[in-house]
Design a binder for this molecule. Structure first.
Ligand SMILES: Cc1cc2nc3c(=O)[nH]c(=O)nc-3n(C[C@H](O)[C@H](O)[C@H](O)COP(=O)(O)OP(=O)(O)OC[C@H]3O[C@@H](n4cnc5c(N)ncnc54)[C@H](O)[C@@H]3O)c2cc1C
Length: 336
């Protein structure tokens, strides 16, 4: 198979699908290529904050939380959230975004097709070669488009179990002595609870992190035997998203937060912004600027703490206390 498209998007995750939606009904022909047969499933805890108010998730597929429990060795407290946390399975999110593309005749989606190579104005895939005017890398943390551009990738890691049975409390467990800036989470979903650990491999090896997670679950008599275990990297190093006729969105652009691994809403916003930029080259991408500012503020705060080793642990403890303050949540977010 061969074909010519104005815009090719590699990857039908939240970033690629949001980008395609924004390009819908334009004069550009758009091809979205996804290597998986089914759109949606991805190693992810499915927690969402900072979503655009126009992005209305299907109410029967989500859970909404207005409070989170923060637990440390020293104290625990319940935080009232400025913005609610929602949870959704990645299958449901992907299928919901896919449905939004119904009836957009200029968008073609190919699933079960892997992009193998990128050449000048052409991609080589498992289903043939396709040429493009613009290429969008929405291909996640292990982005081949990013590698093609010669950009460095830095990643954190998340690992979790999908524990059967529904719970009702969002938990963030901090233990700077063991996991430094990382944390253990419990995100309740509709029929299960996603419990995992987020960490920076510069501070903790995956082997130790897995043991910390197991100890946490064992100490609380949480049975994870036979539960689905998943792990993946989360790319967080941003180096720009416009490179002549090649663009990056979401994790491929390194937009996830190094501080907590959140990246879904940033993938969606960046996907939309890049689409608008391609359609209108003098568009300034103000929503992307807001995300980048937020990411920079959070990461600068962490870098400041990390630079002075002997204050790290008390500083993390102080930060956990500050998160209770509304002004702090506004400026730096609650943890997520
Ligand atoms: C353990 C874990 C937990 C997480 N929890 C959360 C959370 O609770 N909340 C949150 O906001 N974020 C979370 N994240 C981060 C979140 O998953 C990502 O930020 C988000 O999925 C990024 O979206 P994206 O569209 O950029 O990329 P992706 O969702 O990774 O989508 C990329 C798509 O590209 C496809 N693709 C890749 N290569 C090719 C190729 N060569 N050819 C064709 N297709 C290709 C992939 O199959 C995939 O469908 C978590 C991440 C991990 C690892």
């Amino acid at each position: 198979m061969t074909g010519k498209y104005d815009i090719i998007i590699i990857g039908a995750g939240p970033g690629g699908l949001a980008c395609a939606h924004e390009l819908g009904n334009s004069n550009s022909s758009v091809l979205v290529i996804e290597k998986n047969e089914i759109i949606g499933p991805k190693v992810c805890a499915g927690g969402l904050k900072n979503l655009d108010k126009d992005f209305k998730l299907p109410v029967d597929k989500i859970r909404t939380f207005l409070q989170e429990d923060y637990v440390t060795k020293y104290k625990s407290y319940t935080l009232n959230l400025e913005k609610p946390l929602r949870t959704i399975s990645r299958y449901d999110l992907g299928q919901y975004q896919l449905k939004m593309l119904d009836g957009l005749d200029n968008i073609k989606i190919m699933t079960g097709v892997k992009v193998k190579e990128i050449k000048d104005s052409q991609i080589i895939t498992s289903a043939g070669d396709f040429s493009f005017k613009y290429l969008i890398g929405a291909d996640g943390s292990n982005s081949m488009v990013r590698r093609h551009l010669g950009l460095e990738t830095k990643s954190c890691i998340g690992m979790y179990y999908e524990i059967s049975g529904m719970t009702d409390t969002v938990i963030w467990h901090f233990n700077p002595e063991e996991i430094m800036a990382g944390y253990i989470w419990a995100f309740p979903h509709l029929n299960s609870t996603n419990m995992g650990i987020f960490f920076n491999p510069e501070h903790l090896s995956p082997k130790v992190a897995k043991k910390v997670l197991h100890d946490y679950l064992d100490d609380r008599n949480i049975n994870y035997a036979g539960c689905k275990y998943q792990t993946a990297a989360i790319s967080h190093h941003y180096d720009g998203c416009e490179f002549n006729n090649i663009f990056l969105v979401g994790d491929a652009a390194g937009l996830a937060l190094r501080t907590n691994g959140a990246g879904i809403s940033f993938a969606i916003v960046s996907g939309k912004e890049i689409a608008r930029k391609i359609l209108k080259p003098d568009y300034k991408m103000p929503e992307l600027a807001v995300i980048l500012n937020y990411k920079k503020r959070q990461e600068n705060l962490f870098s400041f703490i990390e630079r002075i080793p002997f204050i790290q642990r008390p500083a993390y403890r102080m930060m956990l206390n500050l998160m209770k303050k509304k002004w702090f949540q506004k400026r730096f977010g609650s943890y997520f």
